[in-house]
Design a protein around this ligand. Structure first.
Ligand code: N01
Length: 488
């Protein structure tokens, strides 16, 4: 037996899932490094006003740590962040997680077959395996708008919100119309002196009552009736499979959801405002935005919608292409993320000096979301093609971590000491992905963070059964596996 030294990078949904699997499988030499000051990942970094998860809480949770008494059907960001803290404490994972520890570089040594990690603390760490659980929506995308640095008021990106910012009674400009922009506009408009929403590309917004409480009697039933919480979670996973079908396969169900999106706009917004809010693309093509309050917010007297392009930012506000100056005291950038960075800016150098930047010049690419040619003994959890638009993230993180644990177990049993996915298997997986993207709604012609530099769509186009099958057990034919017996 040779216990693998494992470093997991990131303590968000993917990292906590991985930690739980390592713990459950009796691995003893592992640590989670987290650059933030607490666990939670996106839920740690994002705390802008209005942050709510648009996936119901009873499914947006770990199957291994179900929570009976969510306060709301769609929990708020702080509630979800607290849940992650509680799970880590309850499962005894806290001691394994080193916060405020960023991995700056990871380099594979061909001779020893180990990874050397360089940390922000000045330390180095040697590992037999690295698991990158670094998330997708992590690095804020700051728009390249002329004059941004000259703005006299406050500028803040939603993913790095400053809780000391005063928002009430101010003139607020918000740029961006994704899920974040819609949430922050809805939250800030009621108490703003004025709110201007800059909409370059409107998005379809599905109406849903996001404020709905989870009834006390439901929470009590979950606590008292044996198996009910678990069964409900399973039922919701099954139902989310139908949702995945809506985006992956053309059907009357897709058309029904799209009709509902169009109705949400038509029923709530009169012309001429409706014109500015009507997208050109099909509903569901981008990550669907869900809100019960956005249209109310933009219709309010103290709000204006600006669809004219932004030409520059000036000290007093935002100048649009028509020459108008929209004065503001606070500029909120709800401009999204550099979604395809994944573990970067960490510098990753694999076998034979192959760098991740070079390997991913045309966009992120992996085998079954988890293995990358040229990077032996390194895996990703919620890596490229993860189902951010369909299947439960917690489910796929758990499944992927269990898959990785099987490789670690073979190392522990002394069978192998090095494993690297082949280029052929990765190319074949990506060919299957591209083919399966054909009938998906994501392929109907819209521009979003789903699209990669090389023109691919960075999502999971298959159903959950396919994911189960692909990650059930490692297939040696898809890997260069070096057994300890043949090590020379
Ligand atoms: O980011 P986005 P997001 N001038 O990339 C605009 C998840 N999430 O943070 O479309 C003007 O969707 C850009 O315009 P355009 C969820 O998966 C989940 O909102 O490029 N506008 C777009 O409107 C989501 O999909 C929850 O024309 C500029 C916006 O900025 C993902 O996070 C909540 C611009 C960026 O939209 C990302 O959402 C929140 C410029 N120079 C987020 N540059 C849940 O509830 C960019 N834009 C679970």
């Amino acid at each position: 037996m040779s216990e693998p030294r494992v470093v997991v990078i990131g303590a968000g949904v993917a990292g906590i899932s991985t930690a739980h699997v390592l713990q459950q499988n009796g691995f003893t030499d592992w640590v989670v490094l987290e650059k933030g000051s607490d666990v939670g990942g996106v839920w740690y970094w994002n705390h802008y006003p209005g942050l709510t998860c648009d996936v119901p809480s009873q499914i947006y949770q770990f199957a291994f740590a179900p929570k009976a008494d969510w306060e709301r059907v769609w929990a708020t960001g702080p509630q979800i962040q607290q849940y992650h803290r509680d799970v880590v404490d309850r499962l005894g994972l806290r001691d394994r997680i080193r916060c405020d520890t960023e991995v700056l570089a990871a380099e594979f040594d061909d001779v020893s077959g180990t990874w050397t990690l360089t940390l922000n603390t000045g330390e180095t760490m040697v590992a037999d395996f690295v698991v990158c659980a670094t998330g997708v929506l992590h690095n804020p995308s700051i728009p390249d708008i002329e004059g941004l640095a000259d703005f006299d008021g406050d500028v803040v990106h939603t993913a790095r919100w400053d809780d000391s910012l005063v928002t009430d009674g101010r003139r607020i400009a918000v740029i961006g119309t994704g899920s974040t922009g819609v949430q922050v506009v809805s939250a800030l408009q009621p108490k703003a002196a004025h709110l201007t929403h800059f909409v370059r590309s409107p998005q379809w917004v599905l109406w849903a009552p996001m404020w709905l409480p989870q009834l006390g009697l439901v929470s009590e039933a979950f606590k008292r009736v044996p198996g009910l919480l678990d069964q409900t979670h399973r039922a919701l996973l099954w139902a989310s499979g139908i949702l995945a079908d809506v985006v992956t396969t053309p059907s009357w169900r897709r058309r029904a959801v799209q009709a509902y999106a169009r109705l949400s706009l038509r029923a709530q917004v009169p012309e001429p405002l409706r014109e500015g809010l009507r997208p050109d693309d099909e509903p569901l093509c981008k990550r669907q935005v869900v809100s019960g309050s956005y249209y109310r917010a933009v219709k309010a007297r103290n709000a204006s919608l600006v669809t004219e392009g932004i030409s520059r930012v000036e000290p007093a506000g935002v100048r649009t292409a028509d020459g108008a100056l929209h004065e503001a005291d606070l500029l909120v950038l709800a401009t999204g993320f550099r979604a395809h960075d994944y573990m970067r800016p960490m510098r990753v150098t694999g076998r034979d000096g192959i760098t991740l930047d070079a390997a991913w010049a045309d966009g992120p690419r992996a085998y079954r979301m988890t293995a990358i040619p040229g990077l032996p003994n390194l895996f990703t959890v919620l890596g490229p093609n993860s189902p951010t638009g369909s299947i439960s993230l917690q489910y796929s993180a758990d499944l992927t971590a269990k898959y990785i644990a099987q490789w670690l177990d073979r190392f522990r049993r002394g069978e192998i000491d090095r494993v690297e996915v082949t280029e052929e298997a990765t190319a074949e997986f990506n060919r299957q992905v591209a083919e399966a993207m054909g009938p998906t709604v994501w392929n109907t012609g819209c521009n979003s963070w789903y699209l990669t530099e090389g023109g691919g769509i960075d999502l999971w186009p298959f159903d959950r059964a396919t994911m189960d099958r692909m990650l059930a057990a490692p297939d040696d034919a898809d890997f260069h596996v070096r057994s300890t017996a043949t090590r020379g």
